[in-house]
Design a protein around this ligand. Structure first.
Ligand code: ZN
Length: 370
């Protein structure tokens, strides 16, 4: 019953805020119902097609996301909500299995919060609404696809060249930073076999970690000590969140890690050797993406909503890696995460280059289009 009440509250909040509150400055009218080109569910059908359009067309797609308001697509939001509906009870179940229990109803709902951290919103007398950035789910899934498509570790020959991967990543980050939680990068083709299995597992694990972190705040009693903090720079204008202080944020990361690692308890050694690196890689990927998008946002002069609520991602990564190193059970558990970090860092130059071209194009300056 109360979870349903939370669901109603979530739908109400979405209705109130989408185009309702003051959006990013400059103020602009609510987006029109027909989706604009970058917001249609256009997709690549083969891997050869990825970033194979003329350079000017690729650049125009990036520019378009920056200059035109995007419409939320109900089908997109519903698809993401289904993902959260499947994962939220799972996370509470895992928490119970790890020895934590709560009678407080929790509902995870998609919301354009503009931050990679989920936001816990206590609803008095009802429970806790956990708002998960619409753009986070898109970014996580797309980056995983690009990575498994580009790295030879996951199958040879790779599905994407380094140049294709750079553009695909630039488009994903551009949509994340400028798409107001409504724009998706052009969808990549479906993967198959081992790559598909890895992406779906890691996307699920990464999202579970985001939810488990919020559940961690609830289970550890942090929300009782929280202060309300309002941020005016979210895609939907002013939004409230609970601020609990950095030490409790680190604690929530640890609780989440413990909850997640418990899921491996029943595995034999062979399975553990396969699954533990994926779990650790997925958990840390969320924080790597946090770090990378924060850094790029800073370089681009963008405000990251609720930035001070959590410790800087670099600190969270260090602290969590130390914690994980003491709790993992297989020698190569951290290897995949290290590969992911190295790959992501190596791609940044290409992403920055695309962003520079967008800047030039918006300033009417020279571009190397063609
Ligand atoms: Zn937190």
């Amino acid at each position: 019953m109360t979870v349903e009440e939370l669901r109603n509250r979530h739908v109400q909040l979405l209705r109130d805020r989408r185009g309702g509150g003051p959006p990013h400055p400059p103020a602009r009218p609510p987006p029109p119902p027909p989706a604009h080109p970058a917001d249609t569910a256009a997709r690549y059908h083969t891997w050869h097609q990825v970033a194979a359009e003329p350079r000017s067309a690729l650049l125009a797609r990036l520019v378009d996301v920056r200059v035109r308001p995007a419409a939320y697509r109900p089908a997109h939001l519903r698809e993401q909500q289904r993902t959260l509906d499947a994962l939220q009870p799972e996370v509470l179940h895992l928490a119970r299995a790890a020895g934590w229990d709560t009678t407080t109803p929790v509902l995870a709902g998609v919301f354009p919060t503009g931050t990679l951290d989920a936001l816990s919103v206590p609803v008095p007398g009802r429970g806790v609404l956990v708002l998960v950035n619409t753009a986070l789910l898109d970014l996580l899934g797309t980056v995983l696809k690009i990575m498994t498509g580009a790295l030879p570790n996951y199958g040879t020959p790779p599905l994407l060249t380094s140049e294709q991967a750079s553009y695909a990543l630039a488009e994903a980050v551009n949509a994340y930073l400028y798409g107001n939680g409504a724009v998706e990068a052009r969808r990549l083709p479906e993967l198959s076999g081992q790559r598909a299995a890895l992406v779906s597992l890691m996307a699920r694990r990464g999202t579970q970690f985001v939810l488990a972190h919020e559940v961690g705040h609830l289970l550890a009693g942090h929300l009782l000590h929280a202060r309300r903090r309002t941020d005016h720079h979210t895609p939907v204008g002013a939004l409230d969140a609970q601020s609990v202080g950095w030490p409790r944020e680190h604690e929530a990361d640890r609780v989440a890690a413990v909850i997640m690692l418990r899921t491996l308890d029943d595995l034999g050694h062979r399975e553990l050797e396969a699954h533990e690196p994926c779990l650790v890689g997925a958990v840390l990927l969320v924080l790597f993406l946090h770090e990378v998008t924060d850094r790029l946002a800073d370089e681009l002069g963008l405000t990251v909503p609720f930035a001070g609520n959590h410790p800087p991602p670099v600190r969270r990564i260090q602290t969590l890696v130390e914690h994980l190193a003491g709790h993992v059970r297989t020698p190569r558990a951290l290897d995949l995460a290290a590969d992911v970090a190295t790959w992501l860092e190596g791609q940044l130059g290409g992403v920055r280059e695309w962003f520079r071209l967008v800047d030039d194009s918006l300033l009417g300056g020279p571009t190397s289009g063609g």
